[in-house]
Design a protein around this ligand. Structure first.
Ligand SMILES: Cc1cc2nc3c(=O)[nH]c(=O)nc-3n(C[C@H](O)[C@H](O)[C@H](O)COP(=O)(O)OP(=O)(O)OC[C@H]3O[C@@H](n4cnc5c(N)ncnc54)[C@H](O)[C@@H]3O)c2cc1C
Length: 459
């Protein structure tokens, strides 16, 4: 009997899960998913436990990856949330996104889609143009932080017998022999043979993957780094916009530096939250399907590319985030009015503001100590434009939390099937710098998983 082929998937976030789903049920192939965090039920247990006993690392690690407790907005777009279009023709990328959407639906995503009303989208687009902004219409399906883990658990249940989850096993090295991948080695020193490896380590594992890529001599293409703040306003300020589009993607080019400033991850009636990665605290947002706060929040991010010889946008983003951590106990919160007046916010000033912070643990402070002039001026200019689009966004009571950093991780050079320069080693999802959202991460995993399946089928 021919020996079973082995496939190792590194990371059980959406990218790794969809790669495994593509290979599920395949006779003649065993798929091992290595995940350094715990399985989904353990994660849920940890989250339900007392706050002081929760392990913040499990917010991002374990079955479901960063997707498990994410806001669960499925952005059904080839333009947003990843770079699939760098690898596939628009039609192919759109078909893949559609397929991924159908799969999420099958596992329990809600049927309702925001942004499908073309007239409303056209009106928002006109409003944006008048405000010096570009509006990108997107269809969005919203799971909510409470429903996300349940849907991901359904995916876990659907995996065939040929797929094994190795929860709590972290991959330390990708092993290569004679130009092709040969297996993985865990931090506990266990070696596993694998004819195919799909690396899907997410943002959490991106620094590790970058080191591995260097060690394996993989060529890299740098990505921009986005640094900015999370903006929190009274939900009424954006109510008509979020009702029509749920999430509006608005793009502004700064007058001072011509940098691209964009809104991202709008969370209607949501909450601002902290995020921990590699000992650094940054800010993020989410909203629940079944619970509302009086506020809406969104990220406002300035994209920059660096000048030679610097090639480490992630280190830059972390450096700025670390600065915010240094002068606060984690995340800084400032009223826009205080920032404009050149003074710090205090607990008292925030307390008598009209927008009550949903992240009460943020330290009132001064973001101008942290954000470079280039970023700060881009943010202030964009808020002026956003105030023309939705009056009230630029109110002095608007809260800014810093910093929010979004980077595409360093991207290895990849083929259209997302194979690296090492044969049979694929790199997908956020950790490979290919994506930055649930849908495209899932799509990238599916793309690579299918290619592995095709090759296994032809052997
Ligand atoms: C608070 C929050 C809200 C978000 N909201 C949204 C949203 O509404 N919509 C959206 O589209 N996106 C959202 N995102 C982003 C989305 O979660 C990610 O884009 C998506 O999860 C990326 O999928 P991935 O599989 O590439 O990586 P991840 O989901 O990060 O999964 C990677 C997994 O790999 C594991 N891992 C890493 N290194 C190793 C290793 N060496 N060995 C073994 N395991 C390893 C990690 O533990 C992790 O579980 C949000 C993210 C956060 C944090």
């Amino acid at each position: 009997m021919p020996r079973r082929k082995e496939v190792a998937v590194i990371g059980a976030g959406p990218a790794g899960i969809f790669a495994a789903l593509a290979l599920s049920g395949m006779e003649g192939a065993r798929v091992r998913i290595f995940e350094k965090g715990p399985d989904i039920d353990e994660r849920l247990g940890n989250r339900r436990g007392p706050k002081e006993e929760r392990d913040p690392k499990w917010l991002l690690c374990g079955w479901g990856g960063a997707g498990a407790f994410s806001d669960g907005k499925l952005t059904l777009s080839t333009e947003i949330g990843g770079q699939l279009r760098s690898y596939l023709q628009e039609g192919e990328a759109a078909a893949l996104v559609e397929e991924v959407d159908q799969m999420w639906l099958r596992f329990g995503a809600p049927r309702e889609v925001y942004g499908a009303d073309e007239d409303a989208m056209a009106e928002l687009s006109r409003r944006a143009t008048r405000a010096d902004l570009e509006f990108i219409a997107t269809r969005i399906r919203h799971l909510g932080t409470d429903r996300c883990p349940m849907v991901l658990r359904e995916m876990r249940k659907a995996l065939g017998e040929n797929v094994e989850l190795h929860a709590g096993e972290e991959v330390a090295r990708i092993r290569v022999g004679q130009g092709a991948v040969s297996g993985v080695e865990t931090t506990a020193g266990r070696r596993y043979r694998a004819e195919y490896v799909v690396a899907a380590p997410g943002r959490e594992g991106a620094p590790w993957f970058m080191e591995e890529a260097s060690r394996l001599g993989l060529g890299r293409a740098d990505n921009p780094v986005d640094v900015g703040v999370r903006v929190e306003v009274a939900a009424e300020t954006l109510a008509d916009v979020t009702a029509a589009a749920y999430e509006s993607k608005l793009i502004f080019y700064s007058r001072s530096f011509d940098d691209r400033v964009r809104t991202f991850c709008m969370c209607p009636y949501g909450e601002v939250v902290t995020e921990q990665a590699e000992g650094i605290t940054t800010v993020n947002g989410h909203s629940y399907a079944g619970k509302r706060t009086p506020n809406t929040n969104f990220a406002l991010l300035v994209s920059t590319r660096f000048t030679e010889p610097f090639h480490d946008p992630i280190a830059y983003g972390r450096y700025v985030a670390r600065l915010a951590n240094l002068i606060s106990d984690g995340v800084i919160c400032q009223r826009l009015g205080d920032l404009r007046s050149g003074r710090r916010s205090t607990l008292e000033r925030i307390a008598h503001g009209l927008v009550r912070p949903t992240l009460a643990a943020a330290t009132p402070g001064d973001l101008s100590f942290v954000l470079p002039h280039r970023h700060l001026s881009g943010i202030l200019e964009a808020l002026e434009a956003l105030d023309r689009f939705a009056p009230g966004v630029g109110s002095r009571h608007t809260l800014l939390y810093g910093v929010e950093v979004k980077f595409y991780s360093a991207r290895p050079r990849l083929t259209r099937e997302l194979e690296t320069e090492v044969g049979n080693l694929f790199a997908v999802g956020d950790g490979a710098g290919v994506t930055r959202g649930l849908v495209q991460a899932s799509a990238s995993g599916l793309l690579a998983g299918r290619e592995v399946r095709r090759r296994l089928g032809s052997q």
